[in-house]
Design a protein around this ligand. Sequence first.
Ligand code: HEM
Length: 474
Amino acid sequence: RYHNLPPGPKGWPLIGTLPKSGQSFDEFFSELQRQYGDIFMLRAGSVEMLGLTSYALMKEAYALPTLQGRSQSYTTQMFTMFTNAGLVFSTGKTWVNGRRFALKHLKDLGMGRSSMQTIIQEEAEVLIQDFAKSLGKPMQVAYNVNVAILNVIWRLVADERFDVTNEEMQALTRRIEDNLTLILGPMSLLDWFPWLNYLPGFVKDTFFETKLGRENMEALTTYLKKVIAKHQATLDKDNIRDYIDRYLVEMENQKNDPDSTFRADLIDLTISILDLFAAGSETTSSTIRWFILYMAVYPEVQRKVQEHIDQVVPEDRLPTLQDELPYLEAVIAEVNRCISLAPIIVPHVATETTQLAGYTIPKGTMIMGSIKASHMDPNLFEEPEVFRPERFLDSEGKFFSREGYMPFGIGRRQCLGESLARMELFVVASSVLKTFTISAPEGVTLNTKHEEPNRKLAVLNFAKPYEVVMNKRV
Ligand code: HEM
């Protein structure tokens, strides 16, 4: 129906063009980029998909108001319990209102502000004490990191924190990781071939792992509903404690508005706080795990960060955001670039037919921008395969963010928690390196590449499991 579509493979009848088995979307996209350039269109099953692999094109595309929808596909909507609610996977008015509310109230509660520092420092200290229990011994940097990071956002959202060894919380964060892995497995066939959704439930449960996904969602939402019920029972409008309280008050204020997206059945609140729980913990925790691995693999970089910390931070306290540590900032940015934690931006959808770079993008097209392609673009990052933090420093040694650096996405749906994540990464990374020297266990050579033969693909580039030794610095 359209004449001016971007170039791309014709694909097989019915099947279209799909990634090869075991191939991640960013690998698939770099293959297509080599054939068709930085903008291409393909059909995966019955889904029309636009691939973008250059920073300039992503900058243009993600600024357009008509490219901000989210998919109604099985895997996307599973995360909303098929309600289009919440922050990450919602579309239209629900997303606009939810995002505005979340940005305003998380900021009022301290996100991105210096008051947040105390909370992050407290959690960093607890984590350090936990690491110290395994001093000098090989240890896996495990789900204690997830709980410490979860605590930061959870104190804003629900005014509570957990012990880093809390097994219930560790298990819940693992369920999120599981679902982010499940959706690139057989379950993704339900997205590409929507007619499969009409199969009986037990068939889907068996062949497409929908049961596991549902059980994970049920466990997470059951926990969150209990938290919300506790808030409802103790709500005091003169003493508002957290994000949940603020949402309940807003819901009450809008109760007579038939267009309100603050739904009385509490599903929007449940999914919104699940989104903050998941997006606010899994991402930053994984990045910290990667950071620790990189420091073990690049001891000379680690030493240089520690020298800077020693010059700037007094011996008797942990680093704060006020301490100027540009080399550390450069190391964190370079880790973010090399890992591309979210290799592909969470898929957007064209809500209207849109013109982009001289091409027509039909309504309903899924928009898939590759953060990894930008981070690995040799025109933007010389020798992109090389881990070189100095590329983020100017001639005076000051940190600067380079064109093409986009770990948090770009445009209107850019990560809502970026300011919080950056604070967390700085405080936790600097506190860990001030306290410990990290190394590979004796006789082990660590590397930063994924080499497990049966590696499962996930939407986020999780760090592979590894062991390091932490020794107290004297
Ligand atoms: C290193 C840490 C993090 C990384 C790399 C990261 C990355 C991203 C990316 C790539 C997106 C998709 C943007 C898009 O769809 O256009 C996103 C969205 C989002 N992030 Fe993060 N994120 C991180 C931490 C956080 C934290 C700490 C929070 C908690 C407040 C958070 C909350 C969100 C939310 C709610 C969205 C959905 C925004 C929307 O759809 O409007 N993220 N993030």
